[in-house]
Design a protein around this ligand. Sequence first.
Ligand code: UD1
Ligand code: CA
Length: 463
Amino acid sequence: MRTAGIVLAAGAGTRMKSKKPKVLHELLGRPLVMWPVAALKEAGIDEVTVVVGPDDEAVSAAVEGQASVAIQHEKLGTADAAKAAMATDALASFEGSIVLAYGDCPLLSADTIRRLVDARIQEGAAAVVLTFRVEEPFGYGRIIREDTYRSDLPVGEVVAIVEQKDADERQAQVTECNSGFYCFDAAALRRALAQVKNDNAQGEYYITDVVELLRAEGLKVIALETDDVTECAGVNSRVQLAEATRAMQMRINRAHMEAGVTMLAPELVWIGPDVEIARDVELLQNVTLMGATSIGEDSVIGPDVRLTDTVVGCSCVVDETVAVEARMDDGATAGPRAYLRPGAHLCAGAKAGTHVEIKKSTIGAGSKVPHLSYIGDTTMGGGVNIGAGSITCNYDGAHKHATIIGDDTFIGSDTMMVAPVSIGSNVTVGAGSVITKDVPDDALAVARARESVYDGWTSAHRK
Ligand code: UD1
Ligand code: CA
């Protein structure tokens, strides 16, 4: 049977107190709305529709390429939002299962989605609702089952979901809550949505009213109770965003540890959902790995490292470093206090040391830039040593220019390489040089003022 997904994300999110739509706030580098979308896809559901408001261009743009977008023109409630999705070309005549999730609930797992879909089919139900129990259920829709007020009946099917604002005293006592995750039979959902009314405390069309409408048709509605309450946590405020981040951080870190990654303080390690880490990698404290970052075997990362979209090979050491769109091959080392900017490539065994910034440059195999340097727009061969404080002057105030340095060249400390300039292989450059002309292979280049020495000058002048 085919399965499609719907993610409702047209809500205002006023409690975030933000200029930005709530669902675009990021959790471990991924916008909130993309978490349920990713979970649906991981569960094997390719056809996903996200419902957004008419002015939410930024949300549509974030979703583009990952899911279809349906516009809910007025925020009339969750049933109205679901209707907007069901009216799109993709879903108008869809038959099969529909998994519905909320865009502000990022912790839903692919595993639970699969269980919802399987339960509906196995039980022959028109709908399955994921539920959870909490001691303080205030605010959630309450699950009313056949046996909710009857101890003489076995645990039963779901009769209704009652929203907090519509609950009477007895209903408000119920501790089983609606998570907001459902699996519906598409045709049954379509029929029920057409009948949902807004005669309730909030004057909204509630998706939760679908339950009673399906029951009235004589169809079966069941609950799947989860014991992992964190999976159902919604993000309505910045405090809840922090809580959800912590829960996802622990889930991701645990999975990496179980796969052979060492973290002695996992609460001080933040790893994005798309990061890949090989076994026997060690992550020390205050490490943030985001985007399409990957780390090869036996590398040690941290403390105080932030890597984004960066590829690190095997047996690398990355200490107190920031890297964005950079690459380190096997055995390369960075830091403490290196900054690898986009296009920085440290080849095997290369080093970017302390207070070293590298941009759009290749540092050849075994080459070393150990202290206080800026290297930009440079192609450097292997076995090069760059003395402390040496810099490529790649920018003339208007344009960027390239520097080329051949194999096994030694650049003395405090050298300015004024680009465009080419320095050959096996060259020696004297300390303090300002190199403006190309240097051929095997040469010595020195470009600095001569030193003058005046005997006895100090005591003659210091009175
Ligand atoms: C909803 C459920 C409640 C459940 C709770 C779980 C309903 C009526 N109630 O309540 O039973 O316990 O979630 O967290 O569904 N949205 C739209 N368009 C709208 C209204 C909402 O797209 O017109 C989206 C929101 O962006 C949000 C989701 O639907 O992602 C849920 O809406 P929200 O108003 O937050 O519902 P709750 O009051 O939390
Ligand atoms: Ca909510």
